[in-house]
Design a binder for this molecule. Structure first.
Ligand SMILES: *[C@@H]1O[C@H](CO)[C@@H](O)[C@H](O)[C@H]1NC(C)=O
Ligand SMILES: *[C@@H]1O[C@H](CO)[C@@H](O)[C@H](O)[C@H]1NC(C)=O
Ligand SMILES: *[C@@H]1O[C@H](CO)[C@@H](O)[C@H](O)[C@H]1NC(C)=O
Ligand SMILES: *[C@@H]1O[C@H](CO)[C@@H](O)[C@H](O)[C@H]1NC(C)=O
Ligand SMILES: *[C@@H]1O[C@H](CO)[C@@H](O)[C@H](O)[C@H]1NC(C)=O
Ligand SMILES: *[C@@H]1O[C@H](CO)[C@@H](O)[C@H](O)[C@H]1NC(C)=O
Ligand SMILES: CC(=O)N[C@H]1CO[C@H](CO)[C@@H](O)[C@@H]1O
Length: 222
């Protein structure tokens, strides 16, 4: 009994000394930055987070103004993002207990956009089925991928395109088409490591001649 307590004590001390906090940051929709330090679990004490606001010209670090919480502990920080910040270096300093963890982050590829929205489908006079959508960031740097399937067969993916439209010439009769779209920053602008989540699904049914947004099975496919 004493032996196992001793073992547990040594084991816990071992954990204590090997415990490090790693801050990882993601630029969300080029709108704000989420930094979090829960990779190794939730630290059981509040941490204090400082950052340089992507400004390497100055040594100044400011404290996080909008912490993210889990179980009442600080586990992350939401930082403002301004145009082109991703081409600069974010310096962070996390203070936990008596330790301070300094890191430099290069976030050029760490961008995740919101999914495209407002999908619509229409048949034009040339018998082309046209899909339209709105990207969350309407810029030449955004590329989209269309996923579609016919009558519940396998999903097919289009090549990434910079337009917010996709056409299928002569869609088959008596078929049901489903579409969904996702987006990311294209390689010409420092390709993002992450695609957005898939948009909601839109359905075009040649028999019913209707389209609708199906929320019941969105974002199952990856
Ligand atoms: C810290 O996190 C970053 C980003 O998630 C990762 O690239 C890096 O390998 C991690 N470092 C350690 C020491 O776990
Ligand atoms: C950013 O952090 C907040 C709070 O933890 C979380 O709700 C949100 O999903 C995060 N966003 C992304 C894209 O990770
Ligand atoms: C951690 O921070 C939160 C918010 O500032 C605070 O409500 C909570 O009391 C803090 N916990 C401790 C143990 O200081
Ligand atoms: C923090 O540092 C002080 C003085 O250096 C020390 O007495 C204390 O035990 C340390 N606390 C922790 C949790 O490491
Ligand atoms: C969404 O896309 C449509 C074309 O499909 C366009 O007419 C409309 O202006 C766009 N809306 C926004 C808010 O960008
Ligand atoms: C979708 O359409 C609504 C209403 O027209 C508009 O307010 C919203 O900005 C559009 N969403 C996007 C991502 O363009
Ligand atoms: C028949 C039908 O439901 N058409 C709709 C398809 O989607 C567009 C845009 O969402 C609507 O304007 C149509 O009414």
């Amino acid at each position: 009994m004493v032996g196992s307590w001793l073992f547990l004590l040594i084991f816990l001390q071992g954990l204590e000394t090997s415990f490090t906090l790693n801050v990882s940051c993601l630029i969300v929709n080029l709108d704000f930055v989420n930094c979090s330090w829960t990779e190794q679990g939730i630290p059981e004490e509040n941490s204090t987070f400082f950052h340089n606001r992507f400004n390497t010209q100055s040594e100044h670090m400011e404290e996080c103004s909008t912490y993210l919480y889990e179980k009442g502990w600080t586990v992350g920080c939401r930082l403002p993002y301004e145009t082109s910040d991703r081409f600069r270096t974010l310096r962070t300093n996390l203070v936990y207990q008596n330790q301070s963890y300094m890191q430099n982050h290069n976030l050029v590829n760490m961008v995740k956009l919101f999914p495209p929205a407002n999908l619509s489908v229409e048949m034009n006079t040339n018998s082309e089925l046209n899909l339209y959508w709105n990207n969350s960031k309407n810029s030449i740097c955004t590329e989209s991928e269309v996923h579609y399937r016919i009558n519940n067969n396998e999903w097919k993916a289009s090549d990434p395109c910079s337009e917010q439209t996709y056409s299928i010439p002569f869609p088959s009769k008596n078929s049901r088409y489903e579409f969904q779209v996702r987006a990311r920053i294209s390689s010409a602008c420092g390709e993002s490591k992450f695609w957005s989540e898939w948009s909601q699904i839109i359905i075009w049914d040649s028999v019913k001649g209707s389209n609708s947004t199906d929320t019941s099975e969105s974002s199952i496919q990856t």
